[in-house]
Design a protein around this ligand. Sequence first.
Ligand code: NAD
Length: 526
Amino acid sequence: MILPFQKGESPEFGCSTIQDVWSSNTLEKAQALIADGGYKIRMQNFVGGSFTSSPSSTTTSYIDAINPKTGKAFGQVPISSAYQVEHALRAATDEFKDWSTTPVTIRSRHLRRVADLIQEHHELFAVWESIDQGKTLPRARIEVDRAINNFNYFASFITHQQSAARVVDGMDILAYEHRSPAGVFALISPWNMPIYLLTWKMAPCLAFGCTGVAKPSEVTSMTAFLLCEVFRRAELPAGAMNVVFGDGATTGSALVRSPLVRGGVSFTGSTATGIQIRRDTADQIYKHLSLELGGKNPTLVFEDVDMDRAVKIAASAAFENQGEICLCGSRIYVQSSVYDKFVTAFTKFVETNFKCGDRVGAVVSHQHYNKIRSYLLLAQSESATFNSTSSNNSNPQDFIPPADPTDGYWIPPVILTDVPPTSRILQDEIFGPVVTISRFENDEEAVALANDNPNGLAALLLTRDGARMRSVGERLEAGMIWINCWLVRELGTPFGGMKSSGTGREGGEYSRDVFTNVRTLHMPIH
Ligand code: NAD
């Protein structure tokens, strides 16, 4: 039996033990825990199967964990030093020999136990994800579901693997493929879908026999912290999965550069950081690199669409999770003949269905709020139209949030038209509740406009014409293309982007390629 974490075992906790947090499993209880402000939770690294105190706790620096809906701090995230990162990597290295040779059925059982425990504490994870990230509670619940699926999917996948074998033509030689776990991995994730994306790395890492050191975003570390308690309760072998908290410059950088990371780096985040990681690992050629980076995704709306349905899909794609999904369709292009009709219907639909505090959460941080705000100021200076149903020429001031928010980082959805074609607004990833709508005349122009961006992560195609689905769809420069739907995932299909949106694919056997080494053996048949 696993005993609950005791007070006193947790010297670095400010006011609460993990038990207090663990039992704050409803929104009311969690809000009560953090109600009177201050640092209620101090997160700790999870290394070798237990929560660890810093060897020099007095000198550890911390980043505030902030509730974006109020702008108030509720906890502290340690910035782990290179020394602490190394400590975690040693634990992962020590465990690799055992874990990599653990039978697949047993590894699978461990993953299922982790999935079951998250399921058992589903609301706990959803509540804290919502508090930490700013997303709505219903959205957070969906993402916790996906975290559970991530573990269950790979638990199942590894028990159904196949390996190719061929007889060499004209020779009595059998050639077959053999895979082995690649080694210790660095797993680094961003702030927009914290538990969803981190478990998308942890689950295959463990499933394919690798051990790992994970580093969640310093902006949203809370559910990774809770996940550590799940690993402890699930009795995952000590050192198989370790978590270090910290920023990119100190902790993340030390992690990716360490020679103890023998397997590779699975990274999801911005293109700029992806480039930095490629530079930092360039001379460690043995490291597998999977880089899932930024997006600036087009939504193409053709004149033959069912307008109500198209509006609904395009609006979700633009504003789900406040536009903070790398796959959001933030550049909408509409065929000229239905442009006005679409803009009117879309604006009305968004105003009715995407209200702050209801379907739209707060954006993740003050820094990100300022970034989004700067693009709205740019739109104003470029004389773009800020659309609303209240008047044809809405005043941009009504849409630009205050420079100094006093009660959380709230930005209502913004729909921009008449944005100059050369504007940075059409090129840069804003990653917030801001969408542009522009026109196109025909299929050729639609493809050209969609592809006119350095990124190539996702694209949406809204049309009822089956021939066009292929003729346009197959020319879009994006790794993920959705036709008359959005954000649907089958976890065995390859996920990833083209161009500046990254290299490598993850999902099913593509994740297996990331986390294993394949060798070909040749042997006489007799
Ligand atoms: P970011 O690149 O700033 O940070 C991502 C992670 O990398 C964080 O954990 C951060 O601490 C760490 N990091 C930063 N510098 C590092 C360094 N030098 N070495 C190692 N680690 C370092 O990204 P973000 O702002 O957290 O996330 C938003 C970005 O993530 C957007 O561009 C978005 O499109 C992208 N994203 C991509 C996908 C995808 O699947 N392609 C999914 C979600 C988010």
